[in-house]
Design a protein around this ligand. Sequence first.
Ligand code: BES
Ligand code: MN
Ligand code: ZN
Length: 491
Amino acid sequence: MVEIAFAKLALPKSGALALLVAEGEKPSGLWEQADQATGGAISRALEAAEFTGGKGKTATLLAPGAGLSRVVAIGLGKPASLTASTLQEAGGTAAQALAREPVAAIAAANLTGAQAAEVGFGAQLRSYRFDRYRTKEKPSDKPRLARLTVLTGETGPAKAAWEAQAAIAHGVNLARDLVSEPANVLTPVAFADRCRALTELGVKVEVLGPKEMTKLGFGALMGVAQGSVQEPRVVVMQWNGGEGKKGKQKPLAFIGKGVTFDTGGISIKPAGGMEDMKWDMAGAGAVTGLMAALAGRKAKVDVVGIVGLVENMPSGSAQRPGDVVKSYSGQTIEVINTDAEGRLVLADVLWYCQQKFDPAFMVDLATLTGAIIIGLGHEYAGLYSNDDALATKLLAAGQATGEKLWRMPLDEAYDKQINSDIADMKNVGGRPGGSITGAQFIQRFVNGKPWAHLDIAGMAWSSKDSAITPKGATAFGVRLLDRLVAEGFEA
Ligand code: BES
Ligand code: MN
Ligand code: ZN
């Protein structure tokens, strides 16, 4: 992992340097110094590359002199439209451009401490790599960047702002690790063990196994689990950082779908692309990463995170299409399609969350439906909510973090689609509005609480690099929900 540091604005005597340049900006300060020290090589190169600071544009100059191994100019775009996201993206682009350099610095004309921390945040997020199973990679093919120093006139404020950012980056990278792990490694039991490790951050962690869940009556979750030799787990993580009297404040609740592998069960999925279903626990991964982030930055708020962990397999003991199960809420469900398993898991976990914690609100995250990918592609996650105030806050957090949400409808008329002839409901509502009927199903397990459901099926994994997210697991939801908590609910 790249170590992010902060230091005073001074021209490095060696190593690589990234210069963040606004559109139309003229050389000054450190940029001018570097240019003079290299006999004008930098300005000549930027001119030849027609680099003018356009957002996301880069120009690279190798061995320009003055002891520098490489200078990379990175465009910030128009100064008036400079946002935290732009700074993060510039940091990410710099980390990628400097990945082959062991030591490097990033500078701009005058970054405030807070801005420098944003740059560092983007660099840290882009430098993530899941390489624990690569045993034969040549050292020359590996990234070498070990330490990246962001130069700023305000090192004190930068370091202070970085403390929280580093905790969030750790949460994001934890979620990415969980999502990237293959399903033979990350079983429900192994996932629960990784959650247990959060006790080191001060999180209270409790784990329910099959005996307790059967006794409680988690018939919907246990029905999914019964086809697998891997035992299910439900993990309850509590962070009590609120300043109120402990136990008096209603906690915020986040719930994640954690299907460690989804074959579809007896309603088995086609073979092509099935390997992707190792990341059907991305909702649970995001909740776990969020808890790590909140605890890591000592958020002043009481939060409970609950993940439902099961493997959905076909076998002689698997549930059959047509089976009727009784959920923890008491409502019965006709399981028409064993591949609509996420909602069965969430049904029991949501009910448990309300019974046990009486939360202020619940937000669940789930890679719930292929239908949301048809609707929104890989740009927005679907947001469903019974509470306009909560939905508004979530939409705003999405815009601020770039983890964007699009609100979808809930309606009686859709709800009818999941009525069953022989039970209280069925677990699928046909093809029309497939993501919506999934949300309607979950809503039947919301007992009058403010609630939001995020269908993140299109967002959990990315097939291409972006400025702050290398391809692979995105950890979608960690930054979004951390922001929701920070902006709306911290003391
Ligand atoms: N985990 C899948 C949803 C999914 C599909 C996530 C593709 C990511 C990519 C979920 O359990 C599922 O199988 N949903 C079914 C629901 C259907 C049977 C009503 C689906 O979307 O096909
Ligand atoms: Mn499924
Ligand atoms: Zn699934």
